[in-house]
Design a protein around this ligand. Sequence first.
Ligand SMILES: Cc1cc2nc3c(=O)[nH]c(=O)nc-3n(C[C@H](O)[C@H](O)[C@H](O)COP(=O)(O)OP(=O)(O)OC[C@H]3O[C@@H](n4cnc5c(N)ncnc54)[C@H](O)[C@@H]3O)c2cc1C
Length: 226
Amino acid sequence: MNKVSEANKISTKLHEILEIKHLTDSTFIIRMERNNLKFKAGQHINVGPANSIHTREYSIYSGENDDYLEILVKEVTDGFISPVLKKQKPGNMLVVEEPVGYFSLPSQIDPNEQLLFIATGTGISPFHSFIKSYPVLNYRILHGIRNTTEKYESDFYAPSRYVACTSRQKSQDSYFGRVTNYLEENPIEGKVRCYLCGNSSMIHDVYDLLETQGIPSEKIHAEVYF
Ligand SMILES: Cc1cc2nc3c(=O)[nH]c(=O)nc-3n(C[C@H](O)[C@H](O)[C@H](O)COP(=O)(O)OP(=O)(O)OC[C@H]3O[C@@H](n4cnc5c(N)ncnc54)[C@H](O)[C@@H]3O)c2cc1C
C-alpha cells in the first residue's frame, strides 16, 4: 500500500447491535457495542448494514464515558439506508467507520460559559452526547420539532434548560412556533456560545439571526445534516 492510500484508509469495524429503542414510528436509538472506539462528543460516525457497502453519517448520541455506542436515527421513508437500519435487530452487526468531525466543545470546558444548543429533529443527538459527557455544562436547548411526540428523551434534560419549539402543534409544555420565532421573541443576551445542528434551512436562518443579535461568527458552530 502506498503512502497516500495508507493515509486515506478509514478504519471500519463491525459492531454488534445490543438494543433498538423505538421512540416514535420513525425514530429510534440503536445501541451497539463500543469496541473501544474513541470519540469526542459531537463527532459523527458512518454506519451501514454489515452486508452493504453503503453507509450514512450519524452523530454519536451516547456519552464519551459510556461503555456502548448509540445513534439516534430518523427513518427517511424513501431513503436508502435509514429504512434498513430501522429493520435491524439485536445481534445483527453494523459497519461503523472511525469518528470524524469538528463539531465539538472547547477543549477547556468552562462550566460558567453560557451555551445555547439549537437543534431540529434528530439534530439534538450531538447535544445529548455533550451533556452526557459533561454534566457540568451551563446549557440551554432549543429543539425545533413538528409536534411533542418528537421531544426525543427530553426527560434527560433539566426542564429549565430544554425548550421544545413545536411548529405544528400547540401544547402547554412547548413554545408554538419555529426556533427562529423563539429567538426573535427572546433575543440572546450576553456572551453566549451557540451550536446549531439539523437541516440546512434552519441553520442558515438561525445563523443570520444570531449575527444580527451580536453573536460573533467564531462563537457560532454548525453541523448540517441535509
Ligand atoms: C454530519 C451528519 C450527521 C448526521 N447525523 C444524523 C443523525 O444523528 N440522525 C439522523 O437521523 N440523520 C443524520 N444525518 C442524516 C443521515 O446521514 C442520512 O442522510 C439520513 O439517515 C437519510 O439517509 P438515507 O440513506 O435513508 O436516505 P438517502 O437515500 O441518502 O436520501 C434521501 C433524502 O433524504 C434527505 N434527508 C436526510 N436526512 C433527512 C431527514 N432527517 N429528514 C428529511 N429528509 C432527510 C436527504 O437530503 C436526501 O435528499 C446526518 C448527516 C450528516 C451529514
